[in-house]
Ligand binder design. Structure first.
Ligand SMILES: *Cc1c(COP(=O)(O)O)cnc(C)c1O
Length: 471
């Protein structure tokens, strides 16, 4: 038995020989000889281990080559790539949240292809501040006195708590101690910041008197947190923003709100109600509001802090800011996005335009897509109504009525394997399945995505060999 294994181990092809194989030269060129060698070594190592463990009793030498080739092919493609979002979830965190429009991207290119006045005051000819580029714009758009931006909203919350609440108590309702997106938990952020969490109330009810009772000489802040996707239905109550603002003022505390998505434009014309805009929060007396740039605002990943100048100034001088500062490409994208708001051109912000697409437009787009799918792929496709979502934690209960195309996978292909093959297409298509059929929501598909979807659907057919008839 051992001799058998020994002889099989001896039969493993030598590396020199493998590296001479003509098919490897392409990969040696793009990835380097060392990467090809180490990929072969990994695969051979795994075969050797499985033989020794007795997990396999023989091996096919061609398998070493084919497996290595699959891995090299994968490594030679870009890892972070464009995909088609056919899920109907507009702010899809796993798919990169907001898409940026062309004018915004042009600005990123212009500013980052050359030197810029990122931290240079052109009037003074001296060192300037990177935040200065968006502060006035943020004030105009939200009505706040002052503003600051950092890497993301989680960073913004951490920075505010550390700068203003370190070693002091911060009061939060138990109904708002939520986990967002699997990694952002208020108690953890509070821990990192050095602030002491003071929980009040219960999961479903927190009264103003609960806050009042918790206030002592150690209290620095009252924090209100947007509960994101978590919703309490039925018997529940919370203290209003105005009540909390009045209490904080009376007790000389800071009233901060982590708004999460941060609605800047009024979305009620599209039936989206119940989320306050940043401006409304500021007007209700919140001293500091934090929100994300890439959720409902529709810009790049950024964390925004707006509020009273005196507080924003204290945060501006807190050293942690340097560790989570925003980069110039992001700032360029963010400034250009804010200018679209200022000019009333919100229709050019993809996130907002997707949310506000009229039903009739979506129906027409679905009809066109379905007929193209039928014509080009020969697959069964029909227009259906869909339930789309805003995503990103905002309006969790709101259903955006949409339209989509339901596609019947070809004979012998299950819906699961169809979805897998769509994901592995040259331009990956992320879709869902319903009752054995593929469902493509058109709301989140961009111009030109249709052709990629059709290309991917064409390749679903199990006719592997002999595509001779194709043009
Ligand atoms: C999304 C969200 C965050 C995290 O924001 P990032 O920009 O992803 O860091 C924090 N708080 C709330 C309430 C959120 O909805």
């Amino acid at each position: 038995m051992r001799d058998e294994i020994k002889s099989m181990l001896k039969d493993l092809p030598p590396m020199d020989e493998l590296l001479q194989k003509p098919w490897t030269s392409r990969y040696q060129e793009i990835l380097g000889r060392e990467a090809v060698r180490s990929t072969f070594a990994d695969v051979i190592g795994e075969v050797r281990r499985d033989l020794l463990k007795g997990l396999i009793h023989s091996f096919d030498p061609t398998l070493i080559e084919s497996e290595t080739r699959v891995r090299l092919e994968k490594r030679s493609r870009k890892s972070l790539r464009r995909v088609v979002n056919a899920t109907g979830v507009v702010i899809h965190t796993n798919l990169g949240r907001s898409c940026l429009g062309s004018e915004v991207l042009d600005n990123v290119r212009t500013v980052s292809a050359s030197y810029s006045n990122l931290e240079y005051d052109l009037e003074e000819g001296a060192r300037g501040q990177r935040h200065s580029h968006v502060e006035w714009l943020l004030s105009s758009v939200t009505g706040a006195d002052a503003a600051l931006v950092v890497n993301n909203n989680a960073g913004a919350v951490l920075l505010c708590l550390a700068a203003l609440g370190r070693s002091k108590e911060v009061i939060v309702s138990r109904g708002e101690l939520v986990e967002i997106g699997g990694s952002f938990r208020i108690p953890d952020i509070m821990d990192f910041s050095g602030a002491i969490l003071r929980e009040v109330g219960t999961t479903n009810r927190t009264h103003l008197s609960d806050y009042l009772k918790a206030i002592n000489t150690q209290t620095a802040m009252i924090l209100k947190v947007h509960p994101s996707n978590f919703r309490v239905v039925g018997f529940h109550s919370e203290a209003s923003r105005e009540e909390l603002a009045a209490l904080a003022r009376e007790k000389e505390l800071i009233f901060m709100e982590d708004l999460g998505s941060g609605v800047v434009a009024d979305l009620s014309p599209w039936g989206l109600q119940g989320e306050p805009t940043v401006r409304q929060c500021v007007e209700s007396g919140v001293d500091l509001v934090t929100f994300s740039g890439d959720k409902l605002l529709g810009g790049p990943q950024i964390g925004v802090i707006v509020g009273r100048s005196q507080l924003v100034d204290r945060i501006r001088h807190y050293p942690l800011l340097r560790a989570i500062r925003v980069d110039k490409m992001t700032l360029a994208a963010f400034e250009a996005t804010l200018r679209l708001y200022l000019e009333g051109r919100t229709g050019e912000i993809p996130t907002l335009s997707m949310i506000s697409q009229p039903g009739e437009t979506l129906r027409k787009r679905a009809r066109n897509l379905a007929s193209m799918i039928r014509r080009v792929t020969g697959l069964q496709a029909r227009v259906v109504m869909t339930q789309d979502a805003v995503g990103g934690g905002a309006y969790p209960a709101a259903v955006l009525e949409g339209f989509g195309v339901e596609v019947e996978p070809p004979e012998g292909v299950s819906d699961g394997s169809a979805l897998e093959r769509l994901r592995n297409a040259p331009v990956p298509v992320i879709a869902s399945a319903k009752e054995g059929k593929i469902l493509l929501h058109v709301r989140t598909m961009l111009d030109g995505d249709g052709m990629d979807v059709i290309g991917a659907l064409k390749d679903l057919s199990p006719r592997e060999a002999g595509n001779d008839g194709e043009d």
